[in-house]
Write a protein that binds this ligand. Sequence first.
Ligand code: ZN
Length: 584
Amino acid sequence: MIPPAFVHELLTRVDIVEIVGRSVELKRAGSTWKGLCPFHGEKSPSFTVTPSRQTYHCFGCGVHGNAVGFLMEQHGMGFVEAVRDLAQQAGLAVPEEAGQPGDREEAARQKQRQLTLNDVLARAAEGYRRNLKASDRAIAYLKGRGLSGEVAARFGLGYASDGWRGLASVFASYDDPLLEESGLVIAQADESRAGDGDDDLGKKRYDRFRDRIMFPIRSVQGSVIGFGGRVLDRGEPKYLNSPETPVFSKGRELYGLFEARTAIRQRGHALVVEGYMDVVALAQAGFENAVATLGTACTAEHVQKLVRFTDSVVFSFDGDVAGRRAAGRALEASLPHAVDTRTFRFLFLPEEHDPDSFVRELGAEAFEAAIAAAVPLSRQIVARAGEDADLATAEGRARFLAQGRPLWSALPDGMLKRQLLGEFASRGALSVDELAVAWRAARPGASAGVAAGRSSMAGRPTSPSRRARPPMRKPADRIAWMLLLESRWWDTLGAADHATLCAIPGWHGELFRFLDREAAEHGAQPWAALRERLAGEPWAASALALVDAEDPAIEPLAEDLSRSLEQLRAAPERQDAMRVLGRI
Ligand SMILES: [Zn+2]
C-alpha cells in the first residue's frame, strides 16, 4: 500500500518543472514557468508551473494538479503507476513494494530487462532512420505517398535495408540474444532455406525486417517497444509487425497514441483507424488525433487505453468486407465502456477507400464531414441487431431481438441502456415492460424483485424490505462494497475518479489502490478470488465487514455506482483526496 505520507514525501523530492518540462517547453517568467498548455489548443502560453507550490495550472482550460496528477493526465498512467514512476526518478523505494524480497528482486530484474530491450529497439530505430536518409528509393516512396519530411520525423519513420543482416551495422554483436528477444532478428534452427544463399553460416540468423518502410511503435510513455514494417511495392506480407515480446503485445498497444495524445485532447476525440500508414497520412492531412490497432481487431483493452485520454472515440473502417467485420469487433469492444458520459461513433468509408486514399483524393474537409456524420453507438447496435432480420415479419423481429440482447446486456447500466431498451421494444413490436421482463431489465420504479431477480440466489423468497435497505453508510463505503463485488467496474471509471478514489486518506484509499493494482495486473476478478487476495492486507477486516454486513441477495447496480460517485463529490473524503493530489 502507498501511504499518503509517502506521496507527500515524494512530491517534495521531485521537481515539477523538470517533470512537466519533459513534454512541455517551459520558459521562466519570474518565479513561475510558462508554456503552451498540453491539454488544450492555444497559441499564447497560459499554462503555468509554480515551483514553490509544486503545481501546474492552466488559465485557459483550468487544469490543475501536482506531479502525480500531471503524469496521470498527460501520460494516461494510473495513480500507482505514476507514483512508482516518480519514486524511481527520485530514487525512493515505494513502501508498498517492500514485500517479499524475492518478488522485489524479480520485479527489478524484469524492469531491467525491459529497459534493455527498449534500448535495443531504440538503437534499431535510430539505425533504420539513418538508412532512410541514405535510400533514395525509400524517400521517393514516402514522397509518392504525399508525406513530408516533417511528418516522417515526427513518427520516426525509417527504412530496413534489403539485406539479410542489415542490423549487423547497427549493433556491435549480431549474435547478441537480445536482438532475437526484441524480435529484430530471427534465429532459425537447422532446416535449410532454399535459395537464400547463406548456407555457410553455421547458425542462421537474419533480420526480420528487410526492404521495408519502418514504423516504430512507441509506448504511451514514448519508448520504442516494437516495429511495423511495410513493403515498398509488391511483396508479401504487405505489413509485418514485431512478434510478441516482453515489451510488446499487439492486442494491447495502439500505434500512434504517444504522438496523438495532445491532438486527441485538442480535438476532443480519438480517431481509430486500421493501419499505421493511415495514421501517418491523416497526420499529414492535419488529423493528428489518429491511432491504429496493429493488425488485430480492436479489443476492450485498446478501448480502455483510449478512454483514459478522451471520452469520445470515432472508429473509422475501410469500406470493404474486412472493414465491416472489424466494425463488429470494435462495437463489441466498446460496449462495456459505454457509460453515459462517453460517446463512441462509427465511420464507414466508401467501398473503394481507406482513410489514406480518402483524404488524399477527397481532401481534409470531406474527411472532416465524414467524421461529423459518423454513426453513434446506439444506431450501430440497432443496425447490427437488425442484420438479416426482416422487421416486417414476426420471425424477423424475433431474430432482431435475439441478436440485440447480448449487445444490449453488455452495456453498463445507465440512461443509454434504458433508451435502447425502448428502441428495441418499439422496433420489436413489444411493450417496454414485456421486453424488460424478457431481458430481465432493471427499470426505474421496478419494485421488489428486480435486484433479487438478477441475483444467483433468485430462489430465495423476496421481501420488499430487502430493496428498501437503509442507505449504506458513507459514499466511499458504498463504492468500496460495489467495486469489491464487481471489480470489472473499476476499468469503466475515468482517470479522474481513479485518482480521487486512490487518494482518499485512510484504508479506503488503500483498498482502491489495491483494486487499481489488481485490475492492472490480473484484470477483473470475482469476489471469491479478491477475498483471498486481500486477506493479508492490514485493512482486510474493514473490507470484509463491509461486504458481510450487506444482504448477499443484493447485487450492486452500475447506476448505484454512478450515484455514489456523484455523492462522493460532495463528501469530505473527496476534499481530503483533492488535497493529496494537490488540486486544491
Ligand atoms: Zn489548458
